[in-house]
Design a protein around this ligand. Structure first.
Ligand code: ZN
Length: 412
C-alpha cells in the first residue's frame, strides 16, 4: 500500500542521546538498543472513520521515537499496518449503506493527508491486511500444524489460537486473569463463544459467512484473518523475529499486543517479540473519553478545515506526556497556537541564548522517555529570553528552529 510523502529532516550538530522508553512488560524506563538498525512496528488504523486526536497523539509519539533514533544516526525500519478488513469496517459500511472497500480507501486516503499535514515521517512499509492475507493464512496454517491452534467443530471454519501454547501469556500486559477477561470482552474478543478451549483464546481465522467478504485461505478454507495474527504476520515478514518497539495506543495493551506477541513467539521460538512494548495515552474531550460510541471525536481533518495550523495541533498534543491519558480542550489548542506564534517570532530574532545548550537540553529530556512537557518549557524559556533581547548568540535562532523541526517535528 502507498505510504504518505515525507519531508526533509534537518541534521543537527553535537552529540545525540540514546533513547530510553517505558516498557509496559517490564514496567520501567529502559534504554532502547543503542546502535545498529532500529525496528519498530506501530499498529495503524482500521479505516472506518477519520483520524481523530487520539490517533494523532499515538502517531506523533512514535514519530518522536523515530526522530530520536535518526538523530543518533541509527537507520530505522518502521512498519505500520492498516486493518483494511475487520468487523468495525464492515459494521460501519453496513450502517451507512456504503461499500466497505470504498469506505476503507477513502478513510485511508484522509489518514495519509492528516499524517502529511502533521509532518509524521512515513513508515518504510505501509501495509494493508487485505494485501497480506496469503502471509497471514500461511502463519495460521503453521500454528495449526504446530498444535498451537485449533478449528472449532461447529462447521464455521473458525480457527482459534490456544493460549495454553503460550506459557508466558500475560507477561506483556501484567494483568490478572479477571482483568484480561473483562478487557477481552470489551475490546472485540468473544470469551463466551462455545467450543473454545479457553475463554481468552483469540480468533486467528474467521470462516466465510453469508454476506461477508472472504478470501482463499488454502487449507483453512475461505474466510478472513483475525486482527492479532495480522500484525504478528506482517511484523515477522518485514522486520524479523525481534522488534525494538511494538507501539500503539494503551487500549492495545490487551488483548491486541499480548496476543500478537504470543502468536509471534510461538511461530519463531524467540522471545520477547518486542524489546519494548510502548503505549500512548488516550485523548479525552472536555472530561470524558473520546470514543465513537459517545460521538465526541475531534477529527484532525475537521480542525484542518477550520484553518487550525497542524503545527499547533502537534504542540497541543506534545504539551502532555505521551503516556498520560489526557484531555483535549479549546484552551489547550489556544495555548498551543499562542506558543507556536511566540516560538516563530523568537526564531526570527537577531540573537538568543545559546542554541547549542538548548539543543543539548532538548535531547536530554526527550531521551528520558520523551519528556515533551519539559522540552516545551525549555523552548519557552529560550524564546522568552530571545524576545527580551537577552541572548547574544547570533546562530541560536536558526539552530533552535532546526532543533524544533528535527526533534519535535514542528516547523516554525
Ligand atoms: Zn496491531
Amino acid at each position: 500500500m502507498e505510504s504518505w510523502t515525507g519531508h526533509e529532516v534537518p541534521r543537527l550538530p553535537g552529540t545525540a542521546q540514546p533513547l530510553a522508553l517505558y516498557d509496559s512488560a517490564r514496567r520501567t524506563v529502559l534504554p532502547t538498543a543503542p546502535d545498529g538498525p532500529a525496528t519498530m512496528y506501530v499498529c495503524g488504523i482500521t479505516p472506518y472513520d477519520a483520524t481523530h486526536l487520539g490517533h494523532a497523539a499515538t502517531m506523533i509519539t512514535f514519530d518522536l521515537v523515530q526522530r530520536m533514533w535518526r538523530d543518533a544516526g541509527r537507520p530505522v525500519s518502521y512498519v505500520q499496518n492498516v486493518t483494511d478488513i475487520d468487523d468495525p469496517l464492515l459494521e460501519r459500511a453496513e450502517r451507512d449503506g456504503e461499500d466497505w472497500v470504498v469506505l476503507g480507501m477513502r478513510e485511508t486516503a484522509l489518514f495519509r493527508e492528516d499524517m502529511e499535514a502533521l509532518r509524521i515521517i512515513p513508515p518504510e512499509h505501509y501495509v494493508g491486511a487485505v494485501e497480506s492475507i496469503p502471509d497471514i493464512a500461511a502463519r495460521v496454517v503453521e500454528l495449526l500444524d504446530d498444535g498451537a491452534a485449533y478449528r472449532l467443530d461447529d462447521g464455521t471454519g473458525d480457527v482459534y489460537f490456544d493460549i495454553a501454547a503460550a506459557p508466558r501469556f500475560g507477561y506483556e500486559s501484567n494483568l490478572s486473569r479477571e482483568e484480561m477477561r473483562e478487557l477481552f470482552a470489551e475490546r472485540g474478543g468473544d470469551p463466551d463463544r462455545a467450543g473454545k478451549r479457553d475463554p481468552l483464546d483469540p480468533l486467528l481465522w474467521r470462516g466465510s459467512r453469508e454476506g461477508e467478504p472472504a478470501w482463499n485461505g488454502g487449507p483453512l478454507g475461505p474466510g478472513r484473518p483475525g486482527w492479532h495474527i495480522e500484525c504478528a504476520a506482517i511484523a515477522l515478514k518485514l522486520l524479523g523475529a525481534r522488534l525494538d518497539v511494538q507501539g500503539g495506543g494503551n487500549d492495545l495493551l490487551f488483548p491486541h499486543h499480548e496476543c500478537s506477541a504470543a502468536h509471534a513467539e510461538r511461530l519463531t521460538g524467540e522471545e520477547p517479540f518486542a524489546r519494548h512494548y510502548v503505549h500512548a495515552g488516550m485523548i479525552g474531550l472536555d472530561g470524558s473519553k473520546m470514543s465513537k460510541s459517545k460521538g465526541n471525536l475531534v477529527f484532525v481533518s475537521r480542525l484542518r478545515a477550520d484553518r487550525v495550523d497542524p503545527m499547533a495541533i502537534r504542540l497541543a498534543l506534545l504539551a502532555g506526556h505521551y503516556r498520560a491519558d489526557r484531555q483535549w480542550t479549546e484552551e489547550l489548542l489556544k495555548l498551543a497556537t499562542q506558543r507556536l506564534g511566540r516560538w516563530r517570532e523568537a526564531v526570527r530574532a537577531a540573537a538568543g541564548p545559546s542554541g547549542a545548550e538548548l539543543l543539548a537540553g532538548v535531547r536530554e529530556r526527550l531521551a528520558d522517555d520523551l519528556d515533551t512537557p519539559a522540552v516545551l518549557a525549555l523552548v519557552d524559556a529560550w524564546a522568552e529570553a530571545a524576545l527580551a533581547g537577552t541572548g547574544t548568540d547570533p546562530e541560536a535562532p536558526a539552530l533552535v528552529a532546526r532543533t524544533v523541526d528535527a526533534l519535535l517535528g514542528v516547523r516554525l
